[in-house]
Design a protein around this ligand. Structure first.
Ligand code: PLP
Length: 226
């Protein structure tokens, strides 16, 4: 199957109202352009430098999502053009995004990353941290960030019931946060969860955004798999 066949068959499984992010990290611009020409406009990257380069090389109407762990010293490179940052996982990062967004007079859409997996290695707020974060004055008063929802990554496991449980718990948390902090705020509406191996489960459990890479583009080289 070609990359375009892959894209088309994935798109057929995605219901209306769910957004597909084609995760293009590690893949070269010419393949991304092919996928773009087939109609896909939203791409996800997890390295600032790679994202900046691809943004320069590829058509202007692509919407670039940042999906990886973001170091504060890299924020300034992506803030001028990024469409959505999925992975805000600390107050420090949040403040830096707000600061850099102010400089370029943008309001950046962001998701707050929640730690739902068993693995230690994955980033994100715990539920308690998230609730404390949302009560901070410096969060509530940040003018150049729009908090649009939550993002999470499930444990990397074949145990589909565990993965489903993790997605369910993130959806429950999303509903609780929505009704506590964003009750009359229509911008808080996105739940980014699900990758190639588990996006259908994620959609069943309430994902509004799925991030699919290898099922579209093919397996990445092991070295850059993250
Ligand atoms: C790489 C990556 C994906 C896509 O993973 P696939 O298994 O290739 O679909 C999704 N989300 C994040 C945060 C990633 O880093």
């Amino acid at each position: 199957m070609s990359v375009i066949d892959n894209l088309n068959s994935i798109q057929q499984t995605i219901p209306q109202g769910v957004t597909l992010v084609a995760v293009s990290k590690t893949y070269p611009p010419d393949i991304i352009l092919e996928v773009c020409n087939a109609g896909q406009r939203i791409f996800g990257e997890n390295r600032p430098q790679e994202l900046v380069q691809k943004h320069e090389q590829l058509p202007d109407d692509i919407k670039w999502h940042f999906i990886g762990h973001l170091q504060t010293n890299k924020v300034k490179y992506i803030v001028p053009f990024v469409t959505l940052i999925h992975s805000v996982d600390s107050l420090r990062l949040f403040k830096e995004i707000n600061k850099e967004a102010t400089k370029v007079n943008r309001k950046i859409d962001c998701l707050l990353q929640v730690h739902i997996a068993e693995e230690e290695s994955k980033f994100g707020f715990s539920e308690e941290e998230l609730i404390a974060f949302l009560q901070l004055d410096e969060v509530k008063s940040a003018l150049n960030i729009r908090i649009c929802g939550l993002m999470g990554m499930a444990t990397f496991t074949d145990d589909t019931e565990q993965v489903r449980c993790e997605f369910k718990s993130l959806k429950t948390l999303f509903d609780k946060i929505k009704s506590t902090f964003f009750i009359s705020n229509l911008e808080f509406k996105e739940l980014s969860m699900g990758m190639s191996g588990d996006y259908l489960t994620a959609i069943e459990e309430g994902a509004t955004i799925v991030r699919v890479g290898s099922s579209i583009f093919g397996e990445r080289a092991a070295i850059s798999k993250n």
